[in-house]
Design a protein around this ligand. Sequence first.
Ligand code: CDP
Ligand code: CDP
Length: 202
Amino acid sequence: MQFTVAIDGPAAAGKGTIAKAVAAHFGFAYLDTGLLYRATARKVLDGMDPVAAAKALLPQDFERAGLRTAKVGQAASKIAALPKVRAALVGFQQQFARRDGGAVLDGRDIGTVICPGAEVKLFVTASDEVRAHRRWLELSAGNEAVSEADVLAQLRERDARDRERATAPLKPADDALLLDTSGMSIDEAVAQAVALIAARMG
Ligand code: CDP
Ligand code: CDP
């Protein structure tokens, strides 16, 4: 059985949390596509050429420490604007999406570019302030000393770069279902996503 759930949206909207829970609920495989860009960016920060780094990604690159930091996130959004970097990562994502047994992918361009034929497309959002607060809580728990105001400014900068790039910009697909999680707990957001997907499965 092939069934693809595409989950897109801006930073810290709750995409990964929802995607993981939905995958567990339906027994689907899950791919965090942001990790492909973060692992590539990590190699670029080490001095590698961006396209060579994207082409040479190996499973162990996703296990490296520090991939979730703000520094790597910013670097990821810069190299993610390069068409040749994106092209190097398309095949892996599309293969993953069509695997037998169902797949959930979260990112920025899953419903628009990677899987335009996905059975379900969700576009997950939350207000800038709510997203910045969530990300600040995560970074603080991980012992990264940052102010909430700095997190908000960085998140807005990264979202703007992701929305305004020419190749595969962040935007909802025409047929995406919108899910605003601003006032929702994780359980509420997951329950809504599960209900939307279950309705599409019939
Ligand atoms: O994947 P994305 O960057 O969109 O966000 P995430 O990593 O799933 O969520 C960012 C943070 O917000 C995590 O710490 C979640 O636990 C939290 N979150 C929340 O507090 N309320 C929600 N409804 C969804 C996520
Ligand atoms: O977790 P968070 O939402 O903060 O970021 P992420 O999903 O790990 O993505 C990091 C960066 O990778 C984003 O800001 C995008 O520039 C890029 N990205 C992308 O261009 N396309 C994707 N499908 C996933 C991530």
